[in-house]
Design a protein around this ligand. Sequence first.
Ligand code: IPM
Ligand code: MN
Length: 361
Amino acid sequence: MSEKSNLKIAVIGGDGTGPEVTAEALKVLAAVAKQDDFSFELKDFDFGGERYLRTGETLPAGAVDELRTFDAILLGAVGHPDVPPGVLEKGLLLELRFQLDQYINLRPVKLFPGVETPLAGKKPEDIDFVVVRENTEDMYCGIGGFLKKHTPDEVATQTAVYTRKGCERCIRWAFDFTRRRNNPKGKRLTLVAKTNVLTFGHDLWDRTFRDVAKEYSDVEADYNHVDACCMWMVKNPEYYDVIVTTNMFGDIITDLAGILQGGMGVAAGGNINPDAGGVSMFEPMGGSAPKYTGKNVINPIAAINALSMLLVQSGHEASGQRVLAALQKVTGEKMKSQAAGKMGYSTSQVGDLVVAALNDA
Ligand code: IPM
Ligand code: MN
């Protein structure tokens, strides 16, 4: 891609090993930008546990508006051992997803060459599908409450909210994505839900899915209950092409899928606002891994994978694909393992290897 406009990226390294893996992704960005002759600009934001402990703020006033001025966000990790659970997740990660209306959570599930999967006998060609998770509704909306809290009669509610608009925009995007992905084995979009029990919310999903499917006669519209999907994904992952699902189920099945593709060292996701002017955020799935922080042993492949997704989504598709090819050379030909401390290389060496693979290509 030549002399395209400057790519403006907000970098939130975040907690624990987040900044280390992000640094490797940015090293790869510098290399690919030079090769492909595009310019980029970075700005660091110090959001995360340390800042919260220092200031009591997760996202300072004006932060979201500033983030809106970027082309994309690269996030390292959030999660700090001294911050109670939920504070950073809700105050930072979910807040950004909601405020930036990143209604697609895109999670490619691809077994890279050389990467070990817990599934016996499955090869890279067998584990290659994509989960499109709705990212703004469901039980994540924060509606609910307590009655008679801390008494034996306590009642708690946690409401799952589904809207026609919310599920339709996600389903439509998933059909478009399945069409674009153009799987040579056949274009199949599987709705994963629980229509046999969630007879209101998932009925809405199911009806919307069927309505939208009429516009995509080239895509097979398929349905799995979520529990069956979990069995099937382990037994026959090759069945899946693209899955579209609700926020809560998507959260759960993408951890299952993540381990099938080799785990937290490799899996990445994109929180995407596909609308014109929307700002998307890309992240490795690894978490902040406090015990490995500062040791130069954490695996940066997932962060580099997130960078590849960021480039594809930001109009640098060819560059993103080349980064993906380069990281697969490194997993396939160099690394001994994807586990922290067992890679046969340090964090920064893995970044260097990806840069070298890019330059060799
Ligand atoms: C994820 C994470 C988040 C989620 C948490 C950290 C709020 O598990 O991105 O999958 O549940 O969405
Ligand atoms: Mn999750």
